[in-house]
Design a protein around this ligand. Structure first.
Ligand code: NAD
Length: 473
């Protein structure tokens, strides 16, 4: 199958002949092609998005909400097909893909409702009889770039929020997972989103961002991906004075104090670490365990990692699938080798599994020195670091040592310590004593080099709204 572009309400293979290959990460075999957009296709998308915006912004918030809720219903009805596409192209176990599809419907429903609450405010005037209001208006056509780790989940946050706010959007979805994006776009199309309001393109990412971001049509840029690419796109957007939401990488600390049930926390930690083979921006990476419990925690964690059933996402009983593409194996393996060369203890894993597909063994490293690359670079793979700390001050200092600050986790039985951790960890999100990040209604985003802006909660809608002040005497 050849994945197509969706521009101005029509599906096509675009105006050029360039194609990308879609690969099954469980086998490494080619399973399809994806059409690449050329400059002429992008120009058509820009014209369509401009026209689409003018029409869509005039559709009432009530009607937009009705259409979006219909799209959510279609996503729910097609959840199994969507999940199969996610697993086929991205590799995660079917159970996780089903969760992703279900969560996508929830995200659309939430924005459908929140879009009806884009209230402005009335500001008392100094002049008698005058009316002053601050109105919330859609910011304009959006250029959105979503990544391959949650091919439906990351795309839907951008599309649902933009559409709920009354914006049109040109989404460049990942070339690795195009049929997931197509299946999602079809739900919006069939729900009644008018032509030009949602446009979907694939191609050479750098060409597409260089074409869309400087265009005067585009008023807002939303990107999810790595810090270096985010830095580049934010600079480009800044040059053209476009608003941005940047959801970039992290290196989540996971602090375990000595007053918790070490077994229960190790089980919880391993459960979340190896989800999506660690390819999650909020995946816990640095497990910082208070000294008396570190050895026990590391031993339990390594045992749990070893016990995971690694296999094709579509196979019955698989708990962890392959990495999403071949380049991630080299990236992850390089980080593990560097760590062991610098003195880290390899407790389990540290190797590719088989020579078919992109499987990497769940890996646990202990006592990793701060000079190791993996202590400073996001592994974005199934590797956990288990290091020790003596005092809470030390743990907080280590958590805050890196220039990124996205997700973070802490476990303690003490309310006072929990309060300190919530106050002092420098991150966009802190989850204490459970895993509580990423619901549609809660803010999702980072600080420092992890980016800015939010992709959840009412903040997620605000990201697509501009304020207009009206004063009437
Ligand atoms: P990468 O840096 O090459 O690309 C990251 C993403 O940005 C991809 O989706 C890619 O298509 C896109 N991209 C790259 N150059 C672009 C450009 N000039 N314009 C527009 N889009 C562009 O890395 P990768 O190998 O695909 O992924 C690995 C790294 O990306 C990870 O280490 C992780 O830090 C980061 N990542 C983060 C998230 C997240 O959820 N924050 C998701 C996926 C990847």
């Amino acid at each position: 199958m050849t994945a197509s572009l969706f521009i101005d309400g029509a599906w096509s293979a675009g105006s050029g002949a360039r194609r990308g290959t879609v690969v099954d990460p469980a086998t490494g075999a080619a399973i399809g092609e994806v059409a690449f957009a050329e400059a002429a296709d992008l120009d058509r998308a820009l014209t369509a998005a401009e026209r689409g915006f003018r029409a869509w912004r005039k559709v009432s918030a009530y009607e937009r909400s009705r259409i979006l809720r219909k799209a959510a219903d279609l996503v729910r009805q097609r959840a199994e097909t969507l999940a199969e596409a996610i697993t086929r192209e991205q590799g995660k176990p079917l159970a996780e893909a089903r969760m992703e599809a279900g969560a996508a419907a929830d995200v659309i429903d939430w924005y459908a409702e929140e879009g009806r609450r884009a209230y402005g405010r009335v500001i008392p005037a100094r002049i008698p009889g005058a009316r002053q209001v601050a109105l919330s208006e859609p910011v304009g056509p959006v250029a959105a770039f979503s990544p391959w780790n949650f091919p439906v989940g990351q795309l839907v946050r951008k599309v649902a929020a933009a559409l709920a706010a009354g914006c049109s959007i040109i989404a460049k979805a990942p070339e690795e997972t195009p049929s997931c994006a197509m299946a999602l776009a079809r739900c919006f199309e069939e729900a009644g989103v008018p032509a030009g309001v949602l446009n979907l393109v694939f191609g050479v990412p750098a060409e597409i961002s260089a074409h869309l971001i400087p265009s005067p049509v585009i008023r807002k840029v939303s990107f999810t991906g790595s810090v270096p690419v985010g830095r580049h796109l934010a600079a480009l957007a800044g040059q053209h004075l476009k608003r941005t939401t940047m959801e970039l990488g992290g290196h989540a600390p996971f602090i375990v104090c000595d007053d918790v049930d070490v077994e229960a926390v190790a089980r919880l930690g391993a459960g979340i670490k190896f989800r999506n083979a660690g390819q999650i921006c909020t995946s816990p990476t640095r497990f910082l365990v208070q000294a008396p419990m570190q050895e026990r925690f590391a031993e339990l964690f390594a045992g749990l990692a070893e016990g995971l059933a690694v296999g094709a996402g579509a196979a019955e009983g698989t708990q962890m699938g392959p990495l999403a593409h071949a380049r991630r194996i080299d990236a992850v393996d390089g980080l593990v080798r560097d760590a062991t060369e610098k003195g880290a203890r390899l407790l389990t894993g540290g190797r590719r599994i088989g020579n078919q597909g992109f499987f990497y063994a769940p890996t646990v490293l202990a006592d990793v020195p701060a000079s190791a690359r993996i202590m400073n670079e996001e592994p974005f793979g199934p590797v956990a670091i288990v290091n020790r700390f003596e005092t809470l001050d030390e743990a907080i200092a280590e958590a805050n040592r890196l220039p990124v600050g996205l997700g973070s986790y802490a476990f303690t039985g003490s309310t006072a310590q929990a309060g300190r951790l919530a106050d002092e960890i420098e991150a966009g999100m802190v989850s204490i004593n459970h895993f509580g990040l990423a619901a549609p209604e809660t803010p999702f985003g980072g600080i420092k080099d992890s980016g800015h802006g939010s992709e959840g909660g009412s903040e997620g809608l605000q990201a697509y709204l501009a304020t207009k002040f009206v004063s009437q005497a």
